[in-house]
Design a binder for this molecule. Structure first.
Ligand SMILES: *[C@@H]1O[C@H](CO)[C@@H](O)[C@H](O)[C@H]1NC(C)=O
Ligand SMILES: *[C@@H]1O[C@H](CO)[C@@H](O)[C@H](O)[C@H]1NC(C)=O
Ligand SMILES: [Cu+2]
Length: 148
């Protein structure tokens, strides 16, 4: 029946479900922060849009225990590294990262050999009670300072 066929076609078009997007501002208020500093309930296929609004920063996955500095390329599995983005010369660029699992991921800025990270420039995806954002931040603040 033609009418039924038309309804089916519409249903098929409506089927694809897009992942959710989470916006994170990097360097909000000209400060060494990610805003928000943590997000939960992130599912595979969801995206995080990092928008760099001050200075020159990165969003790079790192280890929970020794966060600073995160290594170039990021810590995996399913880690990521936006690379450095300079807000002034690039005009507040955005980088979209697709999340591929439901695991916790810990993120920090690589700039100045970890100096931004040591100031607490950190962010968590799907933190847990055992691997909490607060403890990760504490680890970054207390990571042995490197001389450079
Ligand atoms: C996320 O940022 C995009 C691009 O700036 C904007 O269009 C969208 O409304 C923002 N979403 C939320 C939930 O703030
Ligand atoms: C941003 O920082 C990186 C790492 O310190 C540096 O290599 C790059 O030249 C900087 N970009 C600008 C535009 O200053
Ligand atoms: Cu930074």
């Amino acid at each position: 029946m033609r009418f039924t066929a038309l309804l089916s076609a519409i249903a098929i078009v409506a089927v694809p479900v897009l992942g959710a997007n989470f916006n994170v501002t990097v360097g909000a208020n000209d400060d060494f922060i990610f805003l928000p500093d943590q997000i939960s309930g992130v599912l595979p296929g969801d995206t995080i849009t990092f928008t760099f609004v001050s200075r020159n920063h990165s969003a790079t996955t790192t280890t929970f225990s020794n966060p600073c500095p995160p290594p170039k390329g990021g810590v995996g599995p399913n880690g990521f590294d936006t690379g450095f983005h300079d807000s002034a010369s690039e005009g507040d660029p955005s980088v979209v990262v697709t999340i591929e699992d439901t695991e916790p991921h810990f993120v920090a800025c690589m700039q100045a050999a970890g100096a931004h990270c040591h100031r607490g420039m950190t962010f968590a995806i799907n933190p847990t009670e055992d691997l909490s954002y607060e403890e990760f931040l504490n680890n970054a603040l207390n990571d042995p300072i490197q001389t450079f």
